[in-house]
Design a protein around this ligand. Sequence first.
Ligand SMILES: [Zn+2]
Length: 280
Amino acid sequence: MATSARIGRFLISTVQDHESPERDPAQVYKDVPASAWDPYRSFALNASGKYRSQWRGHLIKPASGGGPRILVDTGMGPGPHQHTGRNGELLQSLAAEKVSPEQIDAVVITHCHGDHIGWNVTWTGRSPAATFPNAIYYVAQADWDHYTTPENRNDAFERSVRPLEQLGRLRLVRGEAPIVNGVRTLPANGHTPGHQCVVVESQGQTGVLTGDLFHNVAQITEQSWCPVYDWNTTMSRASRGAVLDRAERENWAIFSGHLPIGTSIGAVVRKAARPSWKPI
Ligand SMILES: [Zn+2]
């Protein structure tokens, strides 16, 4: 039941923020008939046939000694959140890793949905400030272009991404962009126009932080299933297939965005000739 794993000289840890309301798979995966869930029910859904998404980021830091600290995604934000009345806990989770906001050198955003950007910016009245004041925030150019067009405007983006430009903390990236030596972005578009994974390579090991490449563990086997949140399902299917296939062939560790605490880090393995999730 790991919440962190080593990739060569890096340690990658989940940084928990909060938990979503209960999701009904019939609402999220509208094209998937209820019976198609039967093989996955025992581990992908709870006793009432629903599931919850975890909201989290991941911290990439040196396993020992000094070096850059990178935060990938920043959760849903401070809240308080309507469905629980409680606040997000990302900063406490970071503190538990003995890392302060000031010590974060880079924030990489997998995509600009509200549950991945929530702690980017702290507002005092009408004044925004970068929550991680010494970090450069890496955002995909394609997401920036999409969400800055008037018809795609939304509050989460305006509050948590747009201000980074005037604060001088924003770096827009295209393609595979290096963050630090051994860490780079990997475009996996479709969930949003600029959705990207983060690949960590060190000492012959590879880990991939997959953002919203998939939302439920059943999608490791049923790679064509798409949640209603996917912007372009032809693209998201192709990206999901390509990254999961490569992860399986090359034995990558996968750090998932939304799977349950304790089983969110895993690998793709063959089971009865089909890909399936094996938690680390
Ligand atoms: Zn998400």
